[in-house]
Design a protein around this ligand. Structure first.
Ligand SMILES: Cc1cc2nc3c(=O)[nH]c(=O)nc-3n(C[C@H](O)[C@H](O)[C@H](O)COP(=O)(O)OP(=O)(O)OC[C@H]3O[C@@H](n4cnc5c(N)ncnc54)[C@H](O)[C@@H]3O)c2cc1C
Length: 417
């Protein structure tokens, strides 16, 4: 059996590993359009900061995996699912028995012509990080367009290299998908102590250039900023071009059945390019998260090798990070509408918000003190009725032991606790 995997990121690699374990005789080919072996994408800011070398980013565990052949720098240009064949950029064709699409996502750029050109960077690939690091070497000031997770990480990396950095964010808070206004404001304070300026509620109109070189930026409100380079992090879109051209069903990402098989038999999809369901809100979404990519890749790989595993759906928001020494965890619905109940809790140096829909815990945001995050996360993922525990959860008095002990309700009914 020959398995062809398009994309050498965490989704593709998790699938290769699952196939390797389940089908010891299978031949696995991983095709990548990048020249480097697999690496930890979320650590790219550390490469910019010179805190990690390129070698330290590489996923050593994967490079030598038996029975996995990697074709680096060999983009796939088309798929013919009726002939079970993919074509590479040099015209070579490869036949497959089962195929996985794991092509990830590409940063989007605002449709502003004046933004694009020399001195403007995105941050997704190793080559992007190398370009940013090189440009930072010759720059004094940077403007970061977009205050999401990528923009904030890029801003901190550039600041640590000594640049003056301004972050411009269109919405009213930083990392708007993962933080609420209160946590966003705390983060803004943290960035400010690092010397990073943040402009909220502002877009960017364009970059000012002299002889092609970036000299500044103009905000939507008409403010002028001096800058020698710009990093744009305003979101990503799923890489669905190959799938669309091959006639697969595509929405915001490639659509699959519960076992992650696409509309073409024998062709599976996983990771940032898949449209899946958010288990917290029940809404369709395209995930942008490492753990979701790994889980999807693993499930797809199992099924490609003969398993019958259903994919449970992902959490749109699931993030643990430490920003300039401030630990943050966000899971599920963190910016609820009026259909939800919200319980914020503040203590010196920490903030916790639980979000319920009916008797289900659907969202968590923690800043500072992260105790209990694992239990809350498990409860959100399980989506069970937790009416008996709700008050203890809100009070922060629910423990891991209670979560793991199935007889707790029995003890309860005997008045033991
Ligand atoms: C700077 C940064 C920080 C991040 N921080 C976090 C974090 O803190 N937490 C978190 O959960 N996630 C984080 N992420 C997101 C996380 O890295 C992604 O969700 C994850 O990498 C998605 O995995 P994937 O396998 O679906 O896609 P990718 O990792 O994008 O891999 C897809 C691969 O397929 C290749 N490819 C595309 N088209 C073709 C083709 N035609 N032929 C061959 N190859 C192709 C791509 O070049 C790429 O190498 C971060 C990402 C970045 C860039």
């Amino acid at each position: 059996m020959r398995y062809v995997i398009i994309g050498d990121g965490p989704a593709g690699n998790a699938a290769a590993e699952a196939i390797r374990r389940r089908d010891p005789a299978g031949e696995i080919i991983v095709l990548s359009d990048e020249a480097t072996p697999p690496y930890y994408r979320p650590l790219l800011p550390l490469l910019i900061e010179n805190k990690l070398t390129q070698d330290a980013l590489l996923r050593d565990d994967l490079h030598t995996a038996p029975r996995v052949t990697r074709f680096l720098d060999r983009p796939v240009t088309s798929i013919d699912s009726s002939k079970q064949r993919v074509t590479l950029s040099d015209g070579e064709g490869l036949e497959y028995d089962r195929m996985l699409l794991a092509t990830g996502a590409t940063p989007t750029l605002p449709p502003i012509a004046e933004l694009q050109g020399e001195g403007m960077f995105v941050l997704r690939k190793l080559t992007d990080a190398q370009g940013i690091r090189q440009a930072a070497h010759d720059s004094h000031r940077a403007v970061v367009v977009g205050g999401g997770r990528i923009g904030v990480k890029a801003a901190l990396a550039l600041r640590s290299l000594g640049l003056e950095v301004t972050v411009i964010e269109m919405l009213d808070r930083l990392i708007p998908l993962q933080l609420d206004p209160e946590a966003g404001e705390t983060l803004r304070g943290v960035l400010s102590t690092q010397g990073i300026s943040v402009m909220l509620g502002e877009g960017v109109k364009g970059l000012v250039r002299e002889k092609g070189k970036v000299r500044g930026a103009v905000t939507s409100g008409g403010k002028q900023l001096e800058a020698d380079m710009a990093v744009v992090g305003v979101g990503v879109r799923a890489n669905v071009g190959l799938a669309s051209a091959a006639g697969l069903t595509v929405g915001n990402g490639v659509k699959t059945d519960s076992q992650l098989q696409t509309s073409a038999p024998g062709v599976y999809a996983a990771g940032d390019m898949v449209e899946t369901t958010d288990i917290a809100s029940g809404q369709a979404m395209v995930s942008g998260t490492w753990t979701n990519a790994v889980n999807m890749g693993h499930t797809a790989g199992e099924n490609m090798a003969g398993g019958q595993v259903d994919y449970a759906g992902a959490l749109n928001v699931i993030n643990a990070m430490e920003v300039a020494g401030m630990p943050v965890v966000s899971v599920g619905v963190v910016n609820p509408t009026e259909d939800y109940e919200t319980y914020p809790h503040r203590s010196p140096g920490s903030y916790r918000k639980l979000v319920f829909r009916g008797e289900r815990l659907v969202g968590l945001l923690m800043v500072g003190d992260l105790r209990g995050a694992g239990v809350y996360h498990a409860l959100i993922r399980e989506g069970k009725d937790i009416s008996r525990e709700k008050n203890r959860l809100i009070a922060g008095a629910y423990s891991y032991a209670q979560h793991l002990t199935p007889q707790v309700p029995v003890l309860d009914s005997y008045g033991v606790r």
